[in-house]
Ligand binder design. Structure first.
Ligand SMILES: O=P(O)(O)O[C@H]1O[C@H](CO)[C@@H](O)[C@H]1O
Ligand SMILES: O=c1cc[nH]c(=O)[nH]1
Length: 310
């Protein structure tokens, strides 16, 4: 039996938000192997390892997620930022996972298929561990539209490449559309947090999720390109008019899967360049590193504030 979460285990308190698993087959399985995490219900005591998790921060790169756990450990006085934190998924090189106190930090690779695999296993992990009231935050990078590079965008709505707030998925050969609605209150709280920090520009806007970094994002510098600079500008201007302020590659899957599972979710991405001005990332390594820290600082401050308020 998979150790699922029910009302009784919640002590009857309906105000606590469980993780929703909508899969009757799981209950029939003797064990559940979370293959890409190298974890499983028969091999690991998931409630003991993860039962206290309240915040899960995710981002594409393993080194970013490792430095985030070091940063948050210092912020929460739970450890030293220079300490080494073990990779819980060390038995696999698909994803990296780190934990300090109630914060889990996981890499998700690039693109919707990769984050979608990670989120299936994360949602099951949180379910098996009987976690409640979990918030998931994507701390990422993106290309901005009409924003100064370094601006942080908190996603209001994640839209596809036609500016529609939906994730299109093929299941059993048929198109299934899923809503990408995010939590307005959480986005607003993060914006307020950034205003208090007063460290860098932050806006709330729509985020466009594409299936590719080059042609999918109207770049002129890929290996192939069949459109003009004017076509590119026309498309990005249309996106801007539809409320899009940044472009990345995971937000529709992130938003759809948070919504399906009842997890509170937010997407906080820094813009590395203004796509109306160019396509190549010409900023120095140090500048890009500084930009990448901004979502971490904002989300770290938010988590600290939330935990101190308890
Ligand atoms: O936010 P991170 O993880 O940096 O990911 C962004 O950067 C990658 C492309 O360079 C894409 O995966 C995009 O979503
Ligand atoms: O332009 C960019 C920069 C980062 N990530 C993206 O997906 N696009």
């Amino acid at each position: 039996m998979t150790p699922g979460f029910n009302d009784e285990q919640r002590g009857g308190d309906k105000s606590l938000n469980p993780i929703y698993i909508k899969n009757p087959h799981l209950d029939l399985m003797k064990e559940d192997i979370l293959y890409h995490f190298n974890l499983g219900t028969a091999t690991h005591d998931l409630p003991a390892m993860f039962g206290d998790v309240k915040f899960v921060c995710v981002g594409g790169s393993p080194s970013r997620m490792k430095s985030f756990i070091q940063f948050i450990a210092g912020e929460l006085n739970l450890g030293n930022p220079t300490d080494e934190y073990p990779n819980i998924c060390a038995g696999t090189d698909r994803f990296s996972m780190f934990k300090v106190g109630p914060v889990l930090s996981i890499s998700h690779g690039m693109g919707v298929p990769s984050i979608s695999i990670m989120l299936h296993e994360l949602i099951k992990l949180l379910h098996h561990a009987r976690c409640i009231d979990v918030t998931v935050l994507r701390i990422g990078t993106s290309g901005g539209i009409g924003l100064k590079p370094g601006t942080v965008v908190i996603t209001r709505q994640s839209v596809d490449a036609s500016f529609v707030p939906q994730l299109e998925q093929i299941i059993l050969g048929k198109k299934v559309l899923r809503s990408t609605e995010l939590d307005d209150t959480l986005a607003e709280e993060l914006l307020q947090c950034s205003k208090q920090l007063n460290d860098f520009e932050t806006v709330i806007g729509n985020t466009m999720c594409t299936l590719d970094f080059y042609e999918g994002q109207a770049r002129l510098d890929g290996a192939f390109c069949s459109y003009t600079e004017a076509d590119k500008q026309g498309y990005l201007t249309e996106a801007y008019q539809a409320g899009v302020r940044n472009i990345e590659m995971e937000s529709t899957a992130f938003a759809a899967m948070c919504k399906l599972s009842g997890l509170q979710g937010a997407i906080v991405c820094v813009t590395l360049l203004d796509r109306l001005e160019g396509d190549q990332l010409t900023s120095s390594h140090d500048q890009l590193h500084d930009y990448q820290l901004r979502p971490q600082i904002l989300v770290g401050t938010y988590i600290k504030k939330k935990l101190n308020a308890v």
